[in-house]
Design a protein around this ligand. Structure first.
Ligand SMILES: [Zn+2]
Length: 298
């Protein structure tokens, strides 16, 4: 073998090594992003009629990245707490937006829903939107791209992304038209401030105050004698910046529910599995896949 051949062989070997490590990286990346729960098939919720509909409609406002301590400084939200039910909710792990949204609307933790990263693609598991559709109710989202991506098959009206203020306008319009039974609104600006400046920053608290103003406007237009309003978030934020882990200020989120048929009171701690209690306002009980699995397994 000449020197030249040796160099050539070395280069080919290095290239092969490079290709192998690229393939390995892709494989590892995909094994994280394409995580699928260890069940052959996610079951569909068992529809349980829960008596007559208590409320004409349910409006869920998800304030991306809202911490409990910050939410306690919101005057309007505190007013809702006085008249409704005040929970501490759990985001689950990883405490990221897409997995958190899936937890909120499927009632299943990340390892059951299979939505374990923000890069999840494609339809999500059975959700309360699907159950609402099965119950012939009208569903809508305002500014909720991730939910549209996961559960769009069962969402009748989708407005797509816009600035929070514009989303508020679209939400008020839908309320005025009365053309929904279940609506989910997503405000995202607070999360942006949390990522830029942290969960205790002036900018973050300013955004919190803006949201409180939006909730006041929603309440001005919503008839709580026939509607239910739910304010919650997908995760909190660290003092520094960001979220994803198990810090208390990230995992614990507010869950305030007020309106038709909602009892006053304080529930010190719950988790998202309890979230599906809200569809009972709409006359059905949603059984999260996680529970169905537990029940159907020996
Ligand atoms: Zn975020």
């Amino acid at each position: 073998m000449t020197r030249r051949d040796m160099a050539m062989a070395k280069a080919v070997a290095l290239m092969a090594l490079g290709l192998v490590s690229i393939a390995q990286t892709i494989y590892i990346y995909k094994s994280v992003v394409d995580y699928r729960p260890p069940f052959p098939e996610m079951p569909v919720s068992k529809t349980l009629r829960d008596g007559p509909r208590l409320a004409r409609n349910v409006l869920v406002v998800v304030v991306d990245g809202l911490r409990i301590d910050a939410s306690n400084q919101m005057d309007t939200l505190n007013l809702m707490r006085d008249y409704g039910t005040d929970y501490i909710s759990m985001a689950g792990l990883p405490s990221l937006s897409l997995p958190g949204d899936a937890v909120l609307f499927t009632g299943s933790w990340q390892e059951f829903s299979g939505v374990t990263t923000n890069w999840y693609e494609g339809p999500g598991p059975d959700s309360i939107f699907d159950e609402a559709e099965r119950s012939n109710l009208t569903t809508s989202t305002v500014g909720y791209g991730s939910v549209d991506m996961m559960f769009g098959r069962s969402i009748d009206i989708k407005t797509g992304y816009a600035q929070d203020r514009d989303l508020l306008g679209q939400c008020l319009e839908l309320i005025a038209n009365g053309s929904y039974n279940l609506m989910a609104v997503h405000f995202s600006n607070l999360d942006r401030e949390g990522h830029l400046h942290g969960g205790r920053s002036e900018q973050y608290l300013k955004a919190v105050a803006d949201i409180d103003g939006y909730i006041a406007e929603i309440l001005n237009h919503l008839n709580l004698n026939e509607s239910v309003l739910i304010i919650t978030s997908d995760h909190g934020h660290r003092d520094e910046v960001g979220h994803g882990g198990r810090e208390r200020e990230v995992l614990e989120t507010p869950l305030v529910i007020a309106g038709r048929g909602i009892r006053r009171g304080l529930a010190p701690l719950t988790n998202q599995i309890s979230h599906p209690r809200y569809p009972s306002s709409l006359g059905f009980r949603f059984l999260p896949s996680a529970r169905v699995i537990r029940w159907s397994r020996p």
